[in-house]
Design a protein around this ligand. Structure first.
Ligand SMILES: [Zn+2]
Length: 469
C-alpha cells in the first residue's frame, strides 16, 4: 500500500488504534483474490429457479477449509445449498453475522453485450449476472473472513465476538430453501446480535461518491385482490353492470387515490442527512422540509420529492396494480373481473387500514377486496447502534466526504425475518455505483466497477474489524 496516500494513511491510522489488528491487509493481493473468487462464483450458473446453489456452497466450503476456517455445509433439498462459516471471538460480545445469497435472477440473453456467466472484465468492469446482486457481497464477505483469519487470528490477535458467514439459497424466490430453512433447522449456528445483509446503497451522484445508505428497515409487501361482480350474458346486449367496466371504474378511483404522507424516525434522519449534501437545490430544501416537524413543511417537501418515484415510495404506503384477469370469450359478458394489487406498507402501518380506505374510495358494494398474502412487519434496527457507527467510520476512513444515512428500503429482504427474530439487521451495497450501474441489478449487462469491488470489500472488512474489536 502507498503510505503517502492521505486516505490510505488515514485508514491505516484508524485501524492501528485497534489492538486486535496486527497490520493493514495486503490490499493489492486481496483485490486480486476477491476478483478471482467473484469470477468463479459468477461462472457457476445459479439462476433461480432451479438455483443449483450447492456448487457455490461447495466452492465456499473448500475455500474456507483451505484457510483453516470452521464450516458447516448443508443441502436443504437436492441441488440447493447453505454454507455457514465461523471465526471464533473471545465471547465478550454476541456474534455478528455477514450474509449473502448465492442464487441469481434469470437473464434475457439477447439483451446482454457480454456472456452473463463468463465473468468477463472489460473497461474496468466485471460483467456477469450476480456481480452486484448478490455474489459481489459474497465475494467481499468471503475476503473479509479470509483477512480476519490471516491478519488477526493467525497473528495472535483476538476478536471480541464470533464472526459468522452465511451463504444461502433461494432468496430470489420464496426463501423456503434459504434463510427460512436455516432459521428453522439450524438456529444455533446463525444466532447473532447483528447481521449485515444486502439491501443498502453506496451512491455516486454527479461523478462523486455521495452517500452510503444503510438499510435498517423496509416496507412490508402484501397482495390484495379487487374483484368486481356483475350480470353475465350475451355480448350483443350491453349491460350496465358489466363486471369488467365496474372493475375499470374501481381501478380509476384507486389510481387517483394516494395514501397519506408518513415520516418515521428512519426517513426523517435519511432526508435530514441527505438534504445536507444533495446537489439539487430545490430537492435539498424539500428534504429539509420533509425532515422538519412542521406538518405544512412536510407536505410541501413531499410534493416536490414525489417527482422522484423512489422518494415518494418511502413517504407513504404504495399501491401498484400488477395483474388483471376477467372474461372467457370475446362474445360473453363475464360475471366477474379481478385485479391484483401489490401493496407495500410502511413499518407499523396496517394493511387492513389501507384496504378499509380503498373500500371507501371505491364505494361500490359489488367490488370486493381480499388480502391474499400478508407480509410480516418487523421492528426497525437502531441507527444509533455500534454496528451503524462502525459502518459509518469504515466508510469515512475510505472517503471522508461520504455521508452515511439510515434507509428504509421499498424492496423486501431476508433482513425482515432476522429483525422479527430479534436481530439488529443492516443492509448494505458497499460498492459505489451511479444510477445507471445500479439499475442493471436484475437487468441487462449487470456489472461491477472493479474499483468499487475493492472499495466495498474494504468497507465491510473495516466495519467488521471495528464492531468486533
Ligand atoms: Zn439480492
Amino acid at each position: 500500500m502507498r503510505l503517502n496516500h492521505p486516505i490510505a494513511l488515514a485508514a491505516l491510522m484508524s485501524l492501528a488504534a485497534l489492538p486486535l489488528v496486527a497490520q493493514e491487509p495486503d490490499w493489492a493481493s486481496a483485490r486480486q483474490e476477491t476478483l478471482a473468487h467473484l469470477q468463479t462464483m459468477i461462472r457457476m450458473n445459479t439462476v433461480n429457479p432451479p438455483g443449483n446453489e450447492l456448487q457455490v456452497a461447495r466452492f465456499l466450503d473448500s475455500t474456507f477449509r483451505a484457510a483453516g476456517i470452521e464450516t458447516h455445509l448443508f443441502e436443504p433439498t437436492p441441488g440447493r445449498g447453505a454454507l455457514v462459516a465461523r471465526i471464533k471471538g473471545n465471547g465478550s460480545k454476541q456474534p455478528v453475522l455477514i450474509m449473502g445469497h448465492m442464487d441469481v435472477v434469470g437473464v434475457e440473453r439477447a439483451h446482454w453485450s457480454a456472456d452473463p456467466f463468463a465473468a468477463e472484465v472489460k473497461d474496468g468492469y466485471l460483467y456477469g449476472r450476480g456481480a452486484i446482486d448478490d455474489k459481489g457481497m459474497l465475494a467481499a464477505n468471503l475476503e473479509t473472513m479470509l483477512l480476519l483469519k490471516r491478519n488477526v487470528i493467525d497473528k495472535g490477535g483476538t476478536l471480541s465476538r464470533d464472526v459468522i458467514f452465511v451463504a444461502n439459497s433461494d432468496e430470489e424466490q420464496s426463501g423456503e430453501w434459504g434463510m427460512g430453512w436455516l432459521i428453522a433447522n439450524h438456529p444455533e449456528l446463525i444466532r447473532a446480535e447483528i447481521a449485515l445483509n444486502e439491501g443498502g446503497r453506496t451512491r455516486i451522484v454527479g461523478g462523486k461518491r455521495l452517500y452510503v445508505a444503510v438499510q435498517n428497515t423496509e416496507k412490508v409487501p402484501h397482495t390484495v385482490t379487487v374483484t368486481a361482480h356483475g350480470p353475465g350474458g350475451h355480448a350483443s346486449i350491453p349491460l350496465a353492470g358489466n363486471a369488467i367496466l365496474r372493475l375499470g371504474r374501481a381501478l380509476a378511483k384507486i389510481s387517483d387515490y394516494r395514501e397519506p404522507v408518513q415520516v418515521n424516525a428512519t426517513t426523517r434522519e435519511f432526508f435530514a442527512r441527505l438534504g445536507a449534501v444533495w446537489p439539487n437545490r430545490e430537492e435539498r430544501f424539500a428534504m429539509a422540509d420533509v425532515a422538519s416537524s412542521d406538518s405544512r413543511r412536510v407536505q410541501r417537501g413531499a410534493r416536490t420529492l414525489a417527482r422522484t418515484p423512489v422518494f415518494d415510495a418511502v413517504l407513504r404506503n404504495g399501491i401498484s396494480a400488477t395483474i388483471i384477469q376477467g372474461g372467457i370469450r370475446g362474445n360473453v359478458i363475464p360475471t366477474e373481473a379481478t385485479a391484483t394489487l401489490n401493496i407495500r406498507t410502511l413499518p407499523d402501518q396496517s394493511i387492513d387500514g389501507v384496504v378499509a380506505r380503498l373500500k371507501r374510495v371505491v364505494n361500490d358494494s359489488l367490488v370486493e377486496f381480499h388480502i391474499t398474502v400478508r407480509g410480516t412487519d418487523a421492528p426497525a434496527s437502531d441507527f444509533h447502534s455500534p454496528m451503524f457507527a462502525a459502518i459509518r467510520e469504515s466508510a469515512q476512513a475510505l472517503d471522508p466526504t461520504l455521508t452515511t444515512v439510515p434507509y428504509l428500503s421499498t424492496g423486501a429482504t431476508d433482513s425482515a425475518r432476522l429483525r422479527a427474530w430479534g436481530m439488529q439487521a443492516f443492509g448494505l451495497l458497499p460498492f459505489p455505483m451511479n444510477q445507471d450501474d445500479e439499475d442493471r441489478m436484475h437487468g441487462n449487462d449487470e456489472r461491477i466497477p472493479l474499483t468499487s469491488l475493492e472499495f466495498g470489500t474494504k468497507m465491510i472488512y473495516g466495519a467488521i474489524v471495528r464492531v468486533a474489536r
